[in-house]
Design a protein around this ligand. Structure first.
Ligand SMILES: C[S@@+](CC[C@H](N)C(=O)[O-])C[C@H]1O[C@@H](n2cnc3c(N)ncnc32)[C@H](O)[C@@H]1O
Length: 254
């Protein structure tokens, strides 16, 4: 997968894309990540990319021209009204990061992980000139109902969530299948050594060596935990009815 990020602060993302799973995935050739400084396409001596809002009001707004020029350079084709949208699922997904967009969740992350190319556009200041939304055919995505100072932290969230799903990115391929949201539930509790820590013991079943019993316990725990913390996930139909019966039949967390 190729990931292009257009940002005013590439330095904010440099460390993140070089470390841990994302850094290893890049080294292994699983993904290529390019950080583009929006100022490259800015205007004048100071490479200006923003201006005051028409109609007045606080702050500055990102102008159209630098963004259109940046995307034309990244995609190497004309963009804007009269041309194909920049985002063309399923192969190219181009996201405009904004608190006004579709909320990022694991199903969307899975969709994005199937793309061949991701383009992420990070805002700053008061956001973008509306003609960036209107003319480019980007998908507007939010990482949650709060307002950040810029899109870089949101881009980091998208990149990490997506890259860890790419084949070969996680050391243990099973780990992405088991975890929270993978089947519409939260993950079961995890334990490692020692068997007893400050009088808190690891549940007996996990040390029993009985793999089927472990599987049943984990499933029941996942459902119970989901029902207690995120019943909305069960209502959305993520977990099967059989699983729900398991919760009703017991299986409390040790
Ligand atoms: C201060 S915000 C602009 C908010 C905008 N004035 C509004 O009220 O919708 C600056 C930039 O941060 C990014 N941003 C802020 N919150 C975000 C969120 N929850 N998800 C994704 N991006 C966000 C966007 O790129 C946005 O253009």
């Amino acid at each position: 997968m190729q990931i292009d990020v257009v940002t005013l602060f590439p330095g904010m993302l440099e460390g993140m894309v070089g470390a841990s799973i994302v850094g290893r995935a890049r080294q292994a050739g699983i993904c290529e990540i390019r950080l583009h400084d929006l100022r490259t396409w800015g205007e004048g001596r100071w490479r200006k990319v923003d201006d005051r809002p028409y109609g007045g009001g606080p702050g500055m707004v990102i102008r159209c021209e630098p963004v259109y020029r940046a995307l034309e350079a990244v995609l190497q084709r004309p963009v804007g009204p009269g041309t194909p949208p920049v985002s063309q699922p399923p192969r190219t997904r181009a996201l405009l990061l904004t608190p006004q967009g579709r909320r990022l969740d694991q199903p969307l992350v899975r969709e994005l992980a199937r793309a061949e190319r991701l383009v992420l556009l990070c805002g700053r200041y008061e956001g973008f000139d509306e003609r960036i939304r209107r003319g480019l055919g980007l998908e507007e995505v939010s990482i949650g109902d709060y307002v950040l100072a810029g899109g870089e932290a949101a881009a980091a969230v998208v990149i990490e969530a997506v890259v860890r799903l790419l084949p070969g990115a996680l050391g243990h391929e099973g780990s992405a299948e088991d975890e929270s949201f993978a089947d519409g539930t939260l993950e079961y509790p995890q334990y490692t050594r020692p068997p007893v820590f400050r009088s808190m013991a690891v549940p007996e079943v996990l040390r029993s060596g009985d793999h089927q019993a472990v599987e049943r316990w984990r499933r029941a725990q996942a459902l119970e935990r989901t029902r207690a913390r995120r019943p909305d996930l069960l209502r959305e139909g993520g977990a099967d009815a059989g699983g729900r019966r398991e919760v009703d039949d017991g299986g409390s967390e040790a």
